[in-house]
Design a protein around this ligand. Sequence first.
Ligand SMILES: NC(=O)c1ccc[n+]([C@@H]2O[C@H](COP(=O)([O-])OP(=O)(O)OC[C@H]3O[C@@H](n4cnc5c(N)ncnc54)[C@H](O)[C@@H]3O)[C@@H](O)[C@H]2O)c1
Length: 336
Amino acid sequence: MKTLVTGGAGFIGSHVADNCLKLGHEVVILDNLQGGNLLNIPKKALFIKGSVTNQNLVSSLFKEHRFDYVYHLAAYAAEGLSHHIRRFNYNNNLIGSVNLINESIKHRIKCFIFSSSIAIYGSQPSPLSENTPPKPQDPYGISKYAIELDLQAANHVFGLNYIILRLHNVYGPKQNINDRYRNVIGIFIRQILDGKPLTIFGNGQQTRAFSFITNIASDIANSVNINRAYNETINIGSDKPYSINYIAKVILNEFNAKERIEYLPERFEVLHAYANQERSNSIFGKRKEVEIEEGISLMAGWIKKHSRLEKIRYFKNIEIINKLPAIWNHPSNKDG
Ligand SMILES: NC(=O)c1ccc[n+]([C@@H]2O[C@H](COP(=O)([O-])OP(=O)(O)OC[C@H]3O[C@@H](n4cnc5c(N)ncnc54)[C@H](O)[C@@H]3O)[C@@H](O)[C@H]2O)c1
């Protein structure tokens, strides 16, 4: 089996690539390293540095390798920031996906596995089920939902098989903790390592359900071997929500750090979001959840061992500065 993993230098993609190799796949990774890290890439995978937005590159890769499966995990998944980088978001996350879907149709691959997101539900009561009508509220979620619809159309017209997995709040070793715009657990850990207060938008009572990477990655990799997963849309994650205040407390405890929290004005975000896992449990079997305290401790242990601290960068080329949270803005950026 020959498999393409896009975003395989990233957090989830590199774990998925590891699992595909364990399943006996030959793995090619396509990643432009905008968020990933060379050190994440499994040694047995062939790495191609490049972007899914590069149509010629994508086309030549498909011609050369004749993939059986495509696991598409490349994206810039900064949901809140996506309001302010709309063009970048749609080009990177949507058009890049379309390049892969076109080639997957032309080369009649066996299955396209797409990492969608709980963001497609927008602000609706949790637990969110796959039958909840999607109402994404930000460009990131809108692009994910557009790709879901495009895959359904490609299946209808050309018979392209897909598996859509709606992920949410995955965390664990290899996650990028140098990104100021996403991954709350990574952001908090980084703030503690930098001796800074933890920053929370709003009152911290918003809730999310967090999933430790291990079992999620093996389910994603193995999904191609489960007939019932084909042409299905499946929530995949935890259904045990925690407040952001609680997460802050667990991380502070883990690092024996003094409690210093800076509450910032609330931003435009969904307050409570977690997903019903009935379909996932029935198709993949019930995952053994790693409890949040243990998962954070495992992630912290990995970070202490593998220092990957880099300078935290601002996103260049913000398109809309209006309403951008102050801590996301570089002083040189101005609207207009
Ligand atoms: N982490 C989560 O909780 C979560 C939740 C929902 C959905 N997802 C989805 O899962 C996927 C992986 O997320 P992650 O958390 O591992 O993020 P990540 O940033 O660690 O990994 C994404 C990888 O994609 C690469 N990439 C981005 N744009 C690219 C492009 N144009 N061409 C080639 N490579 C590109 C990055 O360099 C990075 O290595 C994404 O599609 C994301 O939308 C993640």
